[in-house]
Design a binder for this molecule. Structure first.
Ligand SMILES: Cc1ncc(COP(=O)(O)O)c(C=O)c1O
Length: 322
């Protein structure tokens, strides 16, 4: 089954990349050569006293900052000086700063315990950026997709220019109704219409309804995704903002095949202004999203990611919630 979904989005990505002007100018062999030269140059630049002129990176000592300090609630002070300051003012890897990625991975393992091994994460400028990049990757004009209705208006804003076939799935007090998904998919299968490629859902504290999708419905929906072969985009910024005794299960926890793309955000628990979100999913999907980051925002703010701010705050948040 996974082969089928991967091939469905591979086709989308391949079609887009091969018609891209870059690939019309440089064939794939040349692109491979560029990748190898870049890797060798990066290795060389790691050596002591090497001066890397390849990436238009400014010398941090010429930048107008000597120290950045932050005082957190509770009085903890975080100072960025020396190497950490230099890093937080510099361009960074597009997937995210490695020590932070490692922390985020631990975070996902702690909270969502993914069952399959081939998952990975990429950092984005908030979950909204992750959401729009996923839709741009998966959907072509006219492609059918499903979303909970009412739908978060920010997402509608992303979808309108992509012009997919929007299929609304109603909700009740327990979130989206699996029987409605089954009805839509079965009718389409019977009439030979293309099947929806993806389902967009806010499982906890759905925007704008505030509903929490029950765990049993999540299981039913995951089974439907297996039967009808669609991806699930789990946009869950309110995951930790609920009034339940026990944290609800997530689609990522149920995923055995890599068909769930999970969006996390620090916006509701640390700060929306830091603009930091996380996309977690199958590593092939993450590879393509990272490539898209490289050519758009390049990466989320290095300052927002700075280990001594975020890694520590995220660790504190885990402790508080445990
Ligand atoms: C459901 C949902 N997704 C995404 C976002 C945007 O989050 P971020 O600040 O991480 O981009 C919001 C913000 O309100 C939201 O309600």
């Amino acid at each position: 089954m996974f082969e089928v979904i991967t091939s469905c989005w591979y086709i989308v990505v391949r079609r887009r990349t091969t018609t891209h002007p870059f690939f019309m100018l440089a064939n794939l062999n040349q692109f491979g050569t560029i990748v190898i030269i870049t890797a060798v140059a990066e290795k060389f630049a790691e050596q002591k006293n090497a001066l890397n002129l390849a990436k238009a990176m400014p010398d941090p000592s010429t930048l107008p900052f000597v120290e950045i300090s932050v005082t957190c609630t509770g009085g903890k002070e975080i100072k960025l000086i020396g190497k950490e300051l230099a890093w937080s003012l510099q361009y960074a890897p597009s997937q995210g700063y490695l020590p932070l990625l490692k922390k985020i991975r631990e975070f996902q393992e702690h909270w969502h315990k993914p069952i399959y091994n081939d998952w990975d994460t990429v950092l984005t400028c908030g979950s909204m950026e992750g959401c729009s990049k996923v839709f741009e990757m998966v959907l072509e004009n006219g492609d059918p997709m499903m979303a909970q209705v009412p739908t978060y208006d920010g997402v509608l804003g992303v979808l309108i220019p992509l012009e997919p076939e929007f299929i609304g799935i109603e909700q009740d007090e327990d979130g989206i109704i699996p029987a409605n998904i089954a009805k839509v998919c079965e009718e389409r299968r019977r009439s030979g219409k293309p099947m929806p490629k993806i389902l967009y859902v806010n499982p906890t504290g759905g925007n704008p309804t505030g509903t929490v999708l029950t765990d049993s419905r999540k299981r039913q929906i995951y089974e439907l995704a297996e039967t009808y072969n669609f991806l699930i985009l789990e946009d869950d910024p309110y995951s930790f903002v609920h009034f339940l005794d026990k944290a609800p299960a997530t689609f990522l926890e149920l995923d055995t095949k890599g068909r769930v793309i999970r969006l996390d955000s620090i916006s509701k628990v640390i700060s929306p202004g830091l603009r930091l979100g996380v996309v977690t999913g199958h590593k092939e999907i993450i590879k393509r999203l990272t490539a898209h980051m490289e050519t758009t925002s390049i990466h989320p703010s290095s300052l927002s990611q700075a280990v001594s701010i975020l890694a520590k705050l995220i660790r504190e948040e885990i402790k508080k919630l445990d």
